[in-house]
Design a protein around this ligand. Structure first.
Ligand SMILES: [Zn+2]
Length: 260
């Protein structure tokens, strides 16, 4: 499945949710600047640090962006595009399609494509804000020209979906920074993981994907992974992957193109 005798694929993906994840979780958060500042950190501080780190290692990544984040932080999107990372769809607002009517869902998709497309990129990938589909999602993605989805946990390898021509690039909570590091006022007693704990899980998972010739897709959020100790973890993960000559680092779009 992978080019040039490569044994597995690796994709570093960033869900650039910024303030929208907090507003999507509770619309009253839109009036709470302290709550929103957690998301602002992603746009203001984390994305520039991540872009610098990726550039230093020559890694091309995929950024899944709610289009309202692109409207609020257009300069950051321009910087991501200028660095030739992939931009993919992550809703207009950060609202699960399962909560939307068919019409509302289609409006979210179309508005998102319009806003992101205005940055001069072709958007072919979709990651739902909830990693879930409504009964209409797959058909709407097909109608609007998407080529891949990155939403489901049922495989280690990308595959062609049965109900459409979309490629699925599977994800998992295990490889999501939020599962290990998410913290907010409602999870006060939760322990925040050390980098060492997460590194040991991610490296062991990688060894399995490598053995089984899968696509190791890390899902990260700038506001979460972009803290100093976690950026060290990201850098160490890039270096760890690069020590495997037969691991192909690619964008989700490049991975999707390998699926027959
Ligand atoms: Zn998100």
């Amino acid at each position: 499945m992978w080019p040039n005798g490569m044994r597995c694929a690796v994709s570093f993906t960033f869900d650039f949710d910024a303030e929208e994840v907090w507003i999507g979780e509770d619309p009253t958060n839109a009036d709470k600047p302290g709550v929103l500042s957690q998301g602002t950190y992603g746009a203001k501080i984390a994305v520039p640090l991540i872009l610098e780190l990726l550039a230093r290692h020559g890694v091309q990544a995929t950024f899944f962006v709610p289009a309202r984040v692109a409207e609020r932080h257009p300069l950051r999107i321009k910087e991501i595009v200028a660095a030739e990372h992939e931009i993919a769809h992550h809703g207009y607002t950060h609202t699960s399609p399962t909560k939307l009517s068919r019409e509302e869902e289609e409006q979210e998709l179309v508005r998102g494509l319009d806003v992101l497309g205005a940055f001069g990129v072709e958007v072919v990938g979709y990651r739902s804000p909830s990693w879930d589909f409504s009964p209409n999602t797959e058909e709407l993605l097909q109608v609007h020209g998407f080529r891949y989805s990155s939403n489901f946990m049922d495989d280690l390898r990308p595959y062609r979906r049965a109900a459409s021509s979309l490629v699925e690039i599977p994800i998992t909570w295990i490889l999501d920074d939020a599962a290990h590091f998410w913290f907010d006022g409602a999870t006060w007693t939760k322990k925040i993981s050390t980098a060492e704990e997460v590194r040991s899980i991610w490296e062991a998972e990688f060894r399995g994907y490598h053995r089984l010739e899968g696509a190791f897709v890390l899902t990260m959020h700038p506001q979460i992974i972009g803290r100093p100790y976690r950026l060290e973890l990201l850098e160490e993960m890039i270096e760890f992957v690069k020590r495997h000559d037969d691991a192909w680092i690619a964008t989700c779009r490049q991975i999707a193109e390998r699926v027959p």
